[in-house]
Design a protein around this ligand. Structure first.
Ligand code: I3S
Length: 128
């Protein structure tokens, strides 16, 4: 089996600051740790870097390296149910690798854009 991407597709690119926490890792529940993360979508990878850095360079400059990366291929997104978080506008992202993340912003326009982008990314980077 292989992951295929239409070679005519431009890699998707989107970035911004989102509140993120893992809730499951390799299928095991982990303690929430909400963190403000600089978030970058690159192709079918979603990269998170801790902190906003204050800089304008890639990943906010000096000390911010990607904290973790998730592969969106074969994953799913949905709006999180109330029992997952008391926060508003929470996306639940599940990966094929058994990682579950909550992604949140107070800005509902911004989070709606991310929701659509993540859905589009998942549906265009299809596992065959
Ligand atoms: O799902 P939970 O356990 O109610 O999540 C809350 C906790 O993680 C809490 O931290 P501690 O219980 O570790 O101190 C966080 O401060 C809350 O933000 C978490 O809930 P929300 O509803 O904000 O996702």
């Amino acid at each position: 089996s292989a992951y295929v991407q239409d070679p005519n597709d431009k890699p998707s690119e989107k970035c911004g600051v989102l509140n993120v926490t893992k809730i499951t890792e390799h299928g095991k529940k982990v303690r929430k740790n909400w963190t403000s993360s600089w978030t970058v979508l690159q192709g079918s990878s979603l990269l998170f870097a801790k902190g906003q850095g204050g800089g304008t360079s890639w990943f906010g400059g000096s000390q911010s390296k990607p904290e973790f990366t998730v592969d969106l291929r074969g994953g799913s997104v949905e709006w999180a149910s109330k029992d997952k978080s008391s926060k508003k506008h929470v996306i639940e992202l599940k990966t094929r690798q058994g990682t579950e993340l909550l992604i949140q912003s107070e800005n509902d326009g911004l989070i709606n854009d991310w929701f659509r982008t993540l859905q589009d990314t998942i549906s265009t980077h299809v596992r065959t």
